[in-house]
Structure formats: C-alpha cells, structure tokens
Write a protein that binds this ligand. Structure first.
Ligand code: PLP
Length: 406
C-alpha cells in the first residue's frame, strides 16, 4: 500500500511528545510492545456479535477461546469464585457504567455516587452525561479534611431510597472503604456498584482493599493502573449476569472489539506476573515521594497527601487557576490535567491539578526522580519561572528513559 505521509507525520510527532514529556496524568499509561502488537493485529478484522458459543457470525471459534481467556484471567487476577460473572465486551468505562445502570435500574430511579468536584466521574450521573439525564443521581462529597463523607453517602441512600450506590472515583487520593459502602447498601437493600477504574491495578496487586466481597457489581477500565488496552470489563454476581450481558449486547453495542479482548487477555497475563506487584508497589512509593516533596515546597494537597497513585494540588495558594497551571506545566514538558476540587463553583473553572505516577513508573522512574520533578513543578507554579527555560532540562531528563521500562 502507498505510504500515508500525512498520518505518519502525526504519529511520529505524537511518539516524540510521549517520549519528551513527563506524563503525570493518572489515567494514562504506556503499554508493552507485545500489547501494542495485539492491538494492531488481524484480530481487528472479525465480527463476533454475541457471546461465547452464541455468535451471530460464523468463524468465531478462535474468538470464543480468546474471550474465555480474557474472562478467566480477570477472574484469577481478582480471585473471583463461581458466583461471579465477567463481561469483557464494554468498549469503555463509561459504557460499562451505563450498561450497569440500564440493567439494574428503571429510568428516573435514583442512584448515589461521588460528585464530580469531589472526585467522581462524569458517568456517575453528572448532568452533562447520559447517565445523569436518564437517571436521577444524588451526589456525596468530601468532609472538611478532604476525606470521602461516608455518612453523607449513607444519608443520601436512605433519603432517596436509592436503587444503587457507587463507590469508586476518578480523582480521589485516599483508600476507599468498600466494606463500609457494602454496609450502607445492605441497610436499605440498594445495590453496591464499585467502579475501580483508577485503582484496579492496586487492587489486583493486593495494595488496595478489594471491593469484591462487598459489592454486587464491579466495573473497571483496563487502560489505567491495569496497563492494558483502552477498554473495560464488568464483573457481577451471577444473578445479574444475563441482565448485564443483554444490555451490553445487543442493548448498547454491536460487535466486541476482538483485538481489544485479546489485549485484555494479555493484560491479565502481564498482571499475573510477579513483576506486576513490584510495579504497583513502585507506583505508590513514587506517589508518596512526589506528594512529600510537593508539600515540602509549600504546595497544598487535597486531603494532605495520598494513599494511592494520585494526588491533587489545590492551586489557590499558587495564584494560578488549574488551567494556567496545566498550561505552564505542559509548555515545560510536564503533562498533568486541571481538575475540579471540592468548593469549585464550575467544572469549567477548576482550581486543582491532578497528578499521578502510573505512567512515569512504567518508564522506570523512582523516588529520587519524583523529587526532581517536584522541584520543577515548584519552579513553574510557585516561583513562576519561564516554562521555556525548564523545558530543556526536562527534555534532557526524559531522554534517559524509554517509554516502557518495566
Ligand atoms: C472512575 C472512572 N470510571 C469511568 C471512567 C470512564 O472511562 P472511559 O474514558 O473509558 O469511558 C473513568 C475514566 O477516566 C473513570 O476514572
């Protein structure tokens, strides 16, 4: 085939950007070469609408095997017994969550989840998301110490006679007490859905408490700390299996993305390797080193630090908005996203910046590197040094690391 020079140029530019930047976006990661070759393989050529042994197209024996492998490895990773069912077909975390709501609730019924400004995700019933337009959502937040307000969650579940309660977040730096959510849900007979998209790798490695003993359904993306392809899975008690499967296909989607299903199987293979626990342990060590160094420079972090892979700088004492901070960091070569934090009046004017360590840990960076990165962040956001001056230092630093080191 003829070369597509225009597209190739975009791809080369993006590869250079990924290599040159220090990526602190906690929801991003770098996958292994083996994973990349599966995602770009001939498996993308096939339609497999339906489920294992019940496909709407012929020629699916191999895909039945691959889908079963992906399910089995997720079961093994999270130590799931026969009372759990796994669906690996959702195309994304948002569609996985939508599928669960459609399976377990009637439109206009109410569910309870963490609010966006406190760390929840759009697909947890925010008004701009279809999840918040089809269903009624009531949102809990954080207490004055920046810690999840479990009492408020319990109050809202009772007050609204909520059909389900969601534990899990997109930018919450502390350990989530899934057992407590289980108790809250049981008290009124609500379903407990844990969305572990961000912390799934930590859970798999045994470094964050697992929700499975306390939840009816667990959803997760596969591309964050789990370091798999862009995709998602839903694990549910077998009682809900048929309902959830039917909503994923044919309710919401057509054919599964077979190349992604295979890459999810590969993700399981990599995550079941003993090195995965070392990787997840280093993510946490790096997050704690980064948080400690930032605090020493005078930054204020929501909740005062982190237990997991991410943290939130409250930019108010820097004199910058979240957007200005994000821009200054990006020009210098540090990618981190602006983020709403509790007390923000509008999601369009966030006053926080979210930082995480999964991607830099994949590149092989260690605690000493976090100290160096924190110093650059302080020079940019506190001392207001010109980003272009720091850019050269960062380029020299990142040149020492490959994208996927361990
Ligand atoms: C907690 C949580 N749930 C769901 C999602 C949605 O995932 P996706 O972007 O694949 O739709 C995210 C993504 O950031 C998330 O953090």
């Amino acid at each position: 085939m003829r070369k597509d020079a225009v597209l190739e140029k975009f791809m080369k530019t993006e590869l250079l950007r990924q290599k040159a930047q220090i990526n602190l976006i906690p929801s991003e990661n770098y996958v292994s070469d083996e994973m990349l070759s599966i995602i770009g393989s001939v498996l993308t050529n096939k339609y497999s609408e339906g489920y294992i042994g019940k496909r709407y197209y012929p020629g699916n024996t191999v895909y039945d095997g691959i889908e079963k492998l992906a399910q089995d490895r997720i079961r093994k990773l999270f130590k799931l017994g026969k009372d759990w069912h796994v669906n690996v077909q959702p195309h994304s975390g948002s569609s996985a969550n939508m599928a669960v709501y459609l399976a377990l609730m009637q439109p206009t019924e109410t569910f309870v989840a963490m609010g966006l400004a406190s760390g929840g995700h759009l697909s947890h019933g925010h008004r701009v998301s279809a999840t918040g337009r089809l269903f009624r959502a009531a949102h809990y937040g954080l207490d004055t110490d920046g810690v999840l307000d479990y009492d408020e969650a319990a109050r809202l579940v009772e007050m609204h006679k909520a059909k389900l309660v969601i534990s899990g977040a997109t930018s919450y730096p502390r350990t989530i007490d899934f057992a407590r959510f289980g108790t809250i849900a049981k008290k009124t007979g609500a379903y407990h859905v844990a969305d572990i998209s961000h912390i799934a790798g930590l859970v798999a490695a045994g470094l964050h408490p697992s929700p499975f003993a306390h939840a009816d359904v667990v959803t997760s993306t596969t591309h964050k700390t789990l370091r798999g392809p862009r995709g998602a899975f839903i694990a549910c008690r077998t009682d809900f299996a048929d309902r959830i499967d039917r909503v994923v296909f044919p309710g919401l989607q057509g054919g599964p993305h077979n190349h992604i299903t295979a890459a999810i199987a590969r993700m399981g293979f990599e995550a079941l390797d003993p090195n995965f626990k070392k990787y997840q342990t280093q993510i946490i060590k790096n997050a704690q080193a980064l948080a400690k160094a930032l605090i020493a420079h005078g930054f204020s972090l929501v909740s005062g630090g982190t237990d997991n892979h991410l943290m939130l700088i409250d930019c108010k004492n820097t004199g910058m908005t979240g957007m200005e901070a994000q821009n200054a960091l990006e020009v210098a070569g540090i990618t981190a996203n602006r983020n709403s934090i509790a007390g923000d009046q509008s999601p369009f004017y966030p006053t926080g910046v979210r930082l995480g360590t999964p991607a830099v840990t994949t590149r092989g960076m260690k605690e000493r590197d976090m100290v160096v990165i924190a110093a650059w962040i302080a020079r940019l956001l506190l001392k207001k040094e010109k980003p272009v001056k720091i850019k050269k230092e960062i380029a020299a630093f990142t040149a020492k690391f490959s994208l996927y080191a361990n």
